[in-house]
Every structure is written in C-alpha cells, then in structure tokens.
Design a protein around this ligand. Structure first.
Ligand SMILES: Nc1nc2c(ncn2[C@@H]2O[C@H](COP(=O)(O)OP(=O)(O)OP(=O)(O)O)[C@@H](O)[C@H]2O)c(=O)[nH]1
Ligand SMILES: [Mg+2]
Length: 196
C-alpha cells in the first residue's frame, strides 16, 4: 500500500473531511496495531511502534493514495499502568471516533495470537456488536506460534470467546508484521469493502 501520514488528532471531529472510506485498527495496547500498518505500508517507521505499551495516544490517519482510503491507527485500550483518568480519556477518544466517524467502513480488532480469549477484548467486541459496528479480527504476532498452536488458533479462540459472547462468529485473518502473513487477505478485504 502507498500510505502517507495525514494527521494525528485527539478529537474525532478534527478527522479529515474528505468523506473517503476509513478502516480502523484497534486492540489492546502493545498488540501490534502500528506495526501492522507499517507492514501494510512496506515501511519500517511510518507509524511509531514501541516495545512498551501505550505508545499511540492519538487518532492517526494514513491515506492510501492510489485507492483513496484511510487506515486509522487508534490508541490501545486496557493498558493497566495508566491512571484511571488517562484510561478513561483514551477510551473516550476511541469510542467517540468509532461512533462518530461517518466514513468508517470496518474496524480491525487486533488480538495477540499467543493469548487466550480475554475478557477485555470480549467486552470491546460486545460493545461493537451492540452498536452495530462491523469488525474483523486480525490475529497478530503469529510468527511466535508453534505449528500446533497455529493450527488450532481460530477454533480455540472462537471457543474461548463464545464463553463471553454466544454465537460469536466474526471474520478472522491471521497476520504477522514479521513474516508479512495476512497482507494480501487484508488488502483483498479492503478492496471488497470499497464503494464502487
Ligand atoms: N514478533 C512480532 N512482534 C511484533 C509483531 N507486531 C508487533 N510486534 C512487536 O510488538 C510491540 C508492540 O508493537 P506496536 O505496533 O507498537 O503495538 P501497538 O498496538 O501499536 O501499541 P500501542 O500503540 O502502545 O497501543 C513492538 O515491540 C513490536 O515490535 C509481529 O507480528 N511479530
Ligand atoms: Mg501504536
């Protein structure tokens, strides 16, 4: 993808007003949102990444200059070390963006492939379902899985999530920012969701 950094904002109302479709990246802090955007861009440091959680604190728009859509890098949720006030502030940014963006086509909810189904992710996805917000799960860091873990990833995760959300059956894509697994699947999905 030919991605160009456009803006870094705190208030969703300051989003670009071009009306171009937006695809957002959300998930727990440190799950690999910014790294995945870099992987899609084929660039190392378009989006800032960090091994310590809580790196992204703003809503960041990247424009795909040929197909004309935005990828939107959001702050992570659930970073335990933040103060209550700071956590609430980030949650407010995320929720306001998702509820208010007119151009948001689909949200990619990133989940670390090494973790079991987590309550925090279940709560976020329940909230998305209640608000009729379409999303697809992207498993991240799958380069760190053994063959056996990789094989059972989707079915194990679904089973775990269904304990929180009955009949849970979202779209899922397996990715790695290291090996670039999942790049084509994400690109194809975005193409499918572009207005014609
Ligand atoms: N092995 C491996 N490491 C990854 C992968 N994706 C991300 N990482 C590492 O995970 C850490 C966090 O990555 P980020 O992309 O900054 O995560 P983030 O979700 O944007 O984090 P916040 O902005 O803090 O919410 C970094 O040390 C990355 O190098 C991956 O696919 N494989
Ligand atoms: Mg980030």
């Amino acid at each position: 993808m030919n991605l160009k950094f456009i803006s870094s904002i705190v208030h969703p109302k300051d989003s670009p007003r071009t009306g171009l479709p937006e695809f957002a990246f959300i998930g727990r802090s440190n799950v690999g949102k910014s790294s995945l955007i870099n992987m899609l861009a084929g660039r190392r440091s378009l989006a800032k990444t960090s091994s310590s959680p809580g790196k992204t604190r703003t809503i960041n728009h990247y424009l795909e200059e040929e197909m004309l859509f935005y990828l939107v890098d959001l702050p992570g949720y659930g970073y335990a070390r933040l103060s209550k006030v700071e956590k609430a502030k980030l949650e407010q940014i995320i929720n306001a963006y998702i509820m208010k963006s007119q151009a948001l086509r689909c949200t990619f909810v990133l989940v670390d492939a090494r973790h079991e189904a987590l309550r925090q992710d279940a709560e976020f996805m329940s909230w998305m379902i209640r608000n009729d917000q379409p999303f697809v799960i992207l498993f991240t860091k799958t380069d760190k899985l053994s063959k056996a873990e990789r094989k059972n990833l989707e079915s194990n995760y679904l089973k775990g999530m269904q304990a929180y959300i009955p009949h849970f059956m979202p779209g899922m894509i397996v990715t790695s920012a290291e090996t670039r697994e999942g790049k084509k699947e994400i690109e194809d999905l975005i193409k499918e969701m572009m207005p014609t």
